[in-house]
Design a protein around this ligand. Structure first.
Ligand SMILES: [Zn+2]
Ligand SMILES: [Zn+2]
Length: 255
């Protein structure tokens, strides 16, 4: 079966990723308006009415901005944790499936393994999606890498990894102390250095694609993130990209 993914945009202002496994099309997070999601999906030759399901990682607006409008308009079922649902501002969804963040499940051809992450939301989790052999992991919105997260990510074939901020830019920038502490705390986001250390630890011959995402608009640049991570990797042929904030990527195949 084929596994493919494409970003519809990634950054502190919005996140959304399409994953296609065989005939099953899923959207992980809806961090942009339904209109923007629809337009960007069209550039990838798909339509929201093709979606078999939406997976939500947590209730922050950069992950749920267009959720209820998109799900209602196209009658798409939504998978999320109880904690995330409880904190949603607009709970008027056509169909809700509650997931346990430690339990794998299937939607059509896709096998989904959620894993809990340390982040300042009610019950956040991220996802590994695959066909049972090839697997893509999405790993954003976590203050640090727990042992459990590291175990789950070991051996994945493709990784969409958070590189939120550069430590120097954050400490020299204009953010107030409390906001800085939120970002670099254990329930905030991964820095370029944390991301680089994780990427280096996870590097293996089978890791085909590494996409850096969820970059801060004020405390990072695509070049800074890419340099920090690429410098730590041993393989020179690694396929590393930085995802764009407001544009879709091409489809990437996990072969
Ligand atoms: Zn968040
Ligand atoms: Zn986020």
């Amino acid at each position: 079966m084929s596994v493919q993914f494409a970003s519809l945009g990634s950054g502190s202002s919005g996140n959304s990723t399409l994953v296609r496994v065989g005939d099953t099309l899923l959207l992980v997070d809806v961090g942009f308006s339904a209109k923007a999601i629809t337009q960007r999906m069209a550039t990838l030759d798909v339509n929201p009415s093709d979606l078999h399901g939406i997976l939500i990682s947590h209730e922050h607006s950069d992950h749920v901005k267009g959720l209820s409008v998109l799900a209602r308009k196209h009658d798409i079922p939504v998978w999320l944790t109880h904690g995330t649902f409880k904190k949603l501002k607009d709970k008027n969804l056509p169909s809700v499936e509650f997931l346990h963040p430690h339990g794998s499940f299937c939607i059509g051809d896709a096998k989904i393994t959620p894993f809990p992450v340390p982040h300042d939301a009610a019950e956040p989790c991220q996802y590994i999606v695959g066909d049972g052999s090839r697997r893509l992991a999405i790993a954003t919105d976590m203050g640090f890498v727990t042992e459990y997260v590291y175990e789950q990510l070991t051996g994945v074939d493709a990784l969409l990894l958070e590189a939120n901020y550069d430590g120097q830019m954050l400490s020299n920038g204009s953010y107030p102390w409390a906001l800085r502490k939120r970002i670099d705390g254990n329930y905030g986001h991964l820095s370029n250095d944390q991301s680089a250390a994780l990427a280096a630890a996870l590097e293996h011959a089978g890791l085909q694609k590494l996409c850096l995402g969820h970059l801060s608009e004020n405390n990072n640049t695509p070049d800074t993130a890419l340099d920090s991570v690429a410098n730590r990797l041993r393989r020179a042929d690694e396929d590393v990209h930085v995802l764009q904030r407001y544009n879709s990527s091409p489809w990437y195949a996990v072969a």
